[in-house]
Design a binder for this molecule. Structure first.
Ligand code: UD1
Ligand code: CA
Length: 449
């Protein structure tokens, strides 16, 4: 059965008090919108349409960065949730299949919940996702009788009796695309807010003799973000769940509460993650790798048996093969480290390829940037880069080559060669004592004057 998603993301989110549109604020290193898109993509939909409005160009760019196949439409002006969904009609009305409406500011709806709604469609023409609210506040209320959803009343329109209902509308609605757009076309705006309410389709369905039902999920799934405080709450909720999931999946977290995950972090079984580790976007850690404390990782891949840190930084394009060791105060960016490479201490490796079993000495720097362009450093297999070597790129070091400590390497080094690129040392016998005596006498002369 084909499914299409309509993700509403036109609102400004004024309570965020921000220049950034609400759905582009981040949770777990990803825009809120990407969380909703991830939930949708999990169901392998035939189409996803994002309804943009406020800062449409920015929101569209972010949606396309998530997946080029996502389509965006602009809702201008914004006349309510039914009007927002109607903007997707030209793209979806002819599609057939099911249509599910999600909100771009509601990041935690689980794919299993969406599946349950699709199943409930066997019994009802319109299926609404509801939840029992601890504090129902201003949510729309679900008026039910037995299995049947009679109607959804917005808080502003509700009677006192209806306001006492605690079963609330999450906003997620599922129907066949055809039914969805047929019903929406007949929604009016004769209400307190003069808006076209998506929620009105339930009563219109009944008038057509169609049935509506409710699928109930936990309130935590429907957590929407309207304020910075809710954004922080949502971040905490995400992290807490990500930590439990990692532990459940066989990852050791020495101090779970100090580890921060991104939406797309992948960690294999039997990996060990020390305290105070931060995962930015696009990190994959394979089984059995170890990330020691205080590391910061983004856009990188760490293979089996590799060890990283403590205090290491892996930036986008860092690719660590099996059994690589990256030690303390090392930064790696856009570099491929083949099997068994060791970079133990105080080093910057950027824009580089390093062959297997090469050892990089303490204080090595790939001087990759000339102020205008970036250049690559290539190092062969089993090479030994002496401590405090400056590798001025573009430059290449051969297999089994060696650079002397303190060298500034500006020319290519052939296979098996020893490169010395430093001033020759000169020893002056006794000069240290003489020099000290002279300096002390200068100081004494100054003190007495
Ligand atoms: C809506 C529901 C309410 C439900 C609540 C759950 C309606 C009429 N009410 O109320 O029953 O309990 O969500 O959070 O549907 N949007 C657009 N274009 C518009 C209007 C809204 O894209 O013209 C988007 C917003 O950006 C937001 C979502 O739709 O992501 C919900 O809109 P919002 O105004 O927050 O609806 P609520 O009043 O919270
Ligand atoms: Ca809202």
């Amino acid at each position: 059965m084909s499914v299409s998603f309509i993700i509403l993301a036109a609102g400004m989110g004024s309570r965020m008090n921000s220049d950034t549109p609400k759905v582009l604020h981040h949770i777990a290193a990803a825009p809120l919108l990407h969380h909703a898109l991830t939930a949708a993509r999990n169901l392998e939909p035939s189409r996803i349409v994002v309804v943009t409005g406020h800062e449409a160009a920015l929101v569209t760019k972010s949606a396309e960065a998530f997946d080029v196949s996502v389509q965006c439409v602009v809702q201008d002006p914004q006349l309510g949730t039914a009007h927002a969904v109607a903007q997707a009609a030209p793209l979806l009305a002819e599609m057939g299949g099911e249509a599910i409406v999600l909100y771009g500011d509601t990041p935690f709806i689980r794919p299993e919940t969406l599946e349950a709604m699709l199943h409930a469609r066997a019994r009802h023409s319109v299926v609404v996702l509801g939840f029992e609210a601890k504090d129902p506040g201003l949510y729309g209320r679900l008026v039910t009788s037995g299995e049947t959803l009679e109607k959804i009343v917005e808080y502003q329109e509700a009677t006192d009796e209806e306001r006492s209902i605690t079963l609330c509308n999450s906003g997620v609605i599922c129907a066949s695309a055809k039914t969805m757009f047929d019903l929406i076309a007949r929604v009016g705006n004769g209400n307190a807010a003069a808006e076209y309410y998506l929620t009105d389709i339930v009563e219109i369905a009944h008038a057509d003799g169609l049935s509506a039902g409710v699928v109930i999920c936990d309130e935590s799934e429907t957590l929407g973000v309207n304020t910075r405080a809710q954004l922080a709450e949502a971040e905490a909720a995400f992290q807490s769940r990500a930590r439990s999931d990692a532990l459940e999946n066989g990852v050791t977290l020495t101090a779970p509460e100090t580890v921060f995950f991104a939406l797309d972090t992948h960690i294999g079984r039997d990996a060990i993650i020390g305290p105070n580790v931060i995962f930015g976007p696009a990190v994959t850690i394979e089984s059995g790798a170890e990330i020691k404390g205080f590391c910061h990782l983004e856009g990188c891949h760490v293979s089996r048996g590799a060890t990283v840190g403590p205090f290491a930084r892996l930036r986008p394009g860092a690719e660590l093969a099996e059994d690589v060791h990256v030690g303390n105060f090392v930064e790696i960016k856009n570099a491929i480290l083949d099997e068994g490479v060791k970079v133990g201490h105080l080093t910057y490796i950027g824009d580089a390829d390093i062959g297997e079993f090469t050892n990089i000495g303490a204080g090595t720097v790939t001087c990759n940037y000339d102020g205008v362009m970036k250049h690559r450093t290539k190092i062969g297999k089993r090479a030994f880069i002496g401590s405090d070597t400056m590798l001025v790129a573009p430059v290449s070091i051969g297999n089994d080559a060696l650079t002397a400590s303190g060298s500034v390497i500006t020319e290519n080094v052939p296979d098996a060669a020893l490169a010395l690129g430093r001033a020759k040392q000169v020893n002056k016998p006794g000069l240290a004592i003489k020099l000290m005596a002279r300096l002390k006498s200068i100081k004494a002369a100054k003190g007495s004057s």
